[in-house]
Design a protein around this ligand. Structure first.
Ligand code: ZN
Length: 315
């Protein structure tokens, strides 16, 4: 393997709907960082002709940065496995991939899988490298870290195993009933008041909460140095954004910039599956509506189904 310098990659690991967008916005507002958004959705965006606009407001096909990206690296012309390997559809990836679970162990991979991981690493290396180049040319030569807000644990594992990146993982978690409330309130109107649908959604999402968080933690334990991982509780981030962001900067190894917290809405310039926070006016507030709005049968369901590991995350 040729010796290319490793890229400094900040990976946001999370089940989503847990404060990860808020964190991504703060990081993107730091003068030394730039965020790609949910970069593993880029090939789907191209295939479907632009579903969700870039944060700049343009379709991914029209945005100047993503058009230039595609001229430099076409993710659909790269060798298999391509960068959306673990994102089977535009809006969904699997939580459990039985044939991939053994990859999370410390042990060596089979020769076939090791070869696939290497190609996957190289494909992603080219994409992140091109993005950093473009953003340095366009905004600031000082940019030193690129952010991947894809959040998926399988993707994180393969990126870590590829050895192409200096990875820092920021693992964002939210208290299970609070997360359950975030998901139940997203149910389509026709299901929103059906008890069995609410129960099913809470149960499904709570199991997913346990499994995905477990896989991110496993990746960190088996494939990262402990200094390259930080658990970020949504409740801390939202109630003390300055203090929490200071600790995050210490983990990353960059200077703390208070402006990144106060100007978080200006943080992202061009991101895949753009970040809706930019268009809201509110400051940072801890959302605890679940305490009054989540019925107790759903709260208990979420607590029971996450009991296997929620204490690992302080819950
Ligand atoms: Zn754009």
């Amino acid at each position: 393997m040729e010796q290319q310098p490793k890229i400094n990659l900040i990976y946001i690991g999370s089940i989503g709907h847990s404060g990860s967008t808020l964190l991504e916005s703060m990081l993107g507002a730091h003068s030394k960082m730039t965020t790609t958004g949910e970069i593993h959705m880029w090939p789907h965006e191209i295939l479907q002709g632009g579903v969700k606009p870039c944060i700049c407001g343009e379709s991914i096909l029209e945005c100047p940065v993503w058009s230039e990206m595609r001229r430099r690296v076409d993710p659909l012309s790269q060798p298999e496995p391509q960068m959306h390997l673990f994102r089977e559809q535009w809006d969904a990836g699997h939580t459990v991939r039985l044939d991939r679970l053994s990859d999370f162990s410390k042990g060596a991979l089979s020769a076939d899988i090791a070869e696939e991981v290497e190609v996957y690493g190289q494909n992603n290396y080219e994409v992140f490298g091109a993005f950093l180049d473009i953003m340095r040319e366009k905004y600031s030569p000082e940019l030193n870290w690129v952010i991947d807000a894809s959040k998926d644990p399988y993707r994180l594992l393969w990126l870590a195993r590829s050895q192409r990146f200096n990875i820092t993982v920021l693992h964002v978690v939210k208290k299970p009933p609070s997360f359950a409330y975030s998901m139940v309130k997203r149910l389509p109107k026709e299901y929103a008041n059906l008890v069995h649908r609410r129960l099913y959604e809470t149960a499904r999402q709570s199991l997913k909460w346990s499994i995905e968080n477990y896989l991110i933690t496993k990746t960190a334990q088996n494939h990262l140095d402990s200094g390259d991982y930080k658990l970020v509780n949504y409740e801390d981030l939202a109630s003390d954004p300055m203090g929490t962001f200071k600790k995050i900067c210490a983990t990353i190894g960059c200077e703390f910039e208070a402006e990144a917290v106060t100007n978080f809405r200006q943080g992202s310039q061009h991101t895949i599956a753009g970040n809706p926070m930019r268009y809201e006016g509110k400051g940072i507030v801890l959302d605890e509506k679940w305490k009054t709005k989540l019925p107790s049968y759903l709260r208990v369901t979420s607590e029971v189904l996450t009991a296997m590991n929620r204490s690992v995350y302080g819950y």
